[in-house]
Write a protein that binds this ligand. Structure first.
Ligand SMILES: C[C@@](CO)(OP(=O)(O)O)[C@H](O)COP(=O)(O)OP(=O)(O)OC[C@H]1O[C@@H](n2ccc(N)nc2=O)[C@H](O)[C@@H]1O
Ligand SMILES: Nc1ncnc2c1ncn2[C@@H]1O[C@H](COP(=O)(O)OP(=O)(O)O)[C@@H](O)[C@H]1O
Length: 330
């Protein structure tokens, strides 16, 4: 029977994202507080029909992306199915590290997407992470190599693929320094409930480098302030770990939510301000997810999250209630 290996990796939000000055390599130093969300990308590796790596792609049935595709707001053909695809690049990184070349393998990658594309939720990074994990296991199960690469080795290979890829491999909640790739996991007691959010994708994408470039432009002319410091506030980490009453804990977390990319994202897409201003029972805070344009609503309960999701859908908006961090293991 032919071997097939599927792995999932989560989308993310940044509960805190401070950005420093651009470096010579075009990247910015950041202080990020990442959390996984319960919207998963899935990559399945199976035997290819010819030498090399082939790819196919589909949309997860119960996902905001499925609704976006049905309404014409998203076209799956916009995701490149070539060497630029992050799943391909993740697979290749593992093959290389095993001392093989692409001609030595015959693999097919099927990518099942659930996370909005170019939405500031790290969907492409999750595909890279899931492909790395799946190819790592597949090569051993098919007898191509004897030993899997360690988790640490995968993390090292992940960083050059993209600033968010190491986090996508790890999931949970982590502080990310450097360009976001130097991770320190934040361990929470099992008794602590996940946060409930409603993610509202836009019917368009925003390019991450364009949003960083708008921040640089605006800072140079005084439109946006410089960062207050490249550190995730200790008070935010304490609030996350607190075993206080749920509402008190969520309100305390909300006090520290910050994103230096929010103003530039809103400058590039002014309609986001309207979404941020949406009022509904149970909303504690609203913020731009990473480089946007997805808007995240932090809610007071799972029930409120489902009510807001339903209310927004009735108005023809895309919306999905998620938990952060994701409790689904991957
Ligand atoms: C902003 C964040 C927040 O988590 O993600 P998104 O919200 O877009 O998903 C990340 O920093 C994005 O991570 P990722 O999407 O993996 O970035 P990469 O592919 O490595 O970089 C794309 C481009 O973004 C810019 N970039 C990225 C990270 C960083 N610390 N400084 C940067 O200036 C660079 O212009 C780079 O060429
Ligand atoms: N597997 C992939 N899924 C989505 N986008 C991908 C993938 N591989 C490469 N890309 C490219 O990366 C861009 C941004 O990807 P994505 O991770 O969805 O957004 P963001 O960086 O905002 O989180 C896309 O516009 C697409 O051109």
């Amino acid at each position: 029977m032919s071997v097939q290996v599927s792995k999932t990796a989560p989308g993310k939000i940044n509960l805190f994202f401070a950005v420093g000055d651009v470096q010579e390599n075009g990247y910015h130093p950041v202080a990020s507080l990442y959390s996984s969300v319960s919207l998963l990308e899935k990559v399945t590796v199976s035997e290819g029909i010819s030498q090399g790596i082939s790819q196919s792609i589909s949309i997860a049935v119960e996902s905001p992306l499925a609704e976006m595709a049905a309404s014409g707001a998203f076209d799956i053909a916009s995701v490149p199915l070539d060497e630029k695809n992050l799943a391909y690049r993740g697979a290749l990184a593992v093959i290389d590290a095993q001392g093989l070349s692409v001609e030595d393998v015959s693999l097919h990658l099927h990518i099942e997407k659930a996370v909005p594309v170019a939405g500031g939720m790290g969907g492409g990074s999750a595909d890279a992470a899931a492909a790395m994990a799946a190819v790592n296991e597949y090569l051993v199960r098919t007898g191509v190599v004897a030993t899997e690469l360690s988790g640490e080795h995968l993390l090292e290979l992940a960083a050059p693929l993209g600033a968010d890829v190491p986090f996508a491999l790890q999931g949970g909640i982590s502080v990310g320094l450097g360009v976001g790739d130097q991770l320190t996991p934040v361990e929470l007691s099992e008794a602590i409930q996940p946060l409930h959010l409603v993610m509202v994708p836009a019917s368009f994408g925003l390019s991450t480098p364009h949003v960083f470039a708008e921040l640089d432009r605006g800072r140079a002319v005084g439109d946006y302030p410089s960062t207050n410091g490249l550190e995730v506030p200790e008070a935010l980490l304490e609030a996350l770990r607190a075993q206080s009453a749920p509402i008190a804990r969520i309100c305390e977390i909300a006090r520290y939510i910050e994103n230096d990319l929010a103003a530039p994202a809103c400058a590039l897409a002014p309609e986001l301000k309207k979404t941020l201003a949406i009022q509904h029972e149970g909303i504690i805070s609203s913020f731009v997810s990473g480089s946007g344009p997805t808007i995240a609503f932090l809610m007071d309960s799972a029930e409120s999250a489902h009510q807001l999701e339903a209310a927004l859908k009735r108005k023809g908006r895309f919306a999905v209630a998620v938990e952060a961090p994701s409790r689904i293991s991957f």
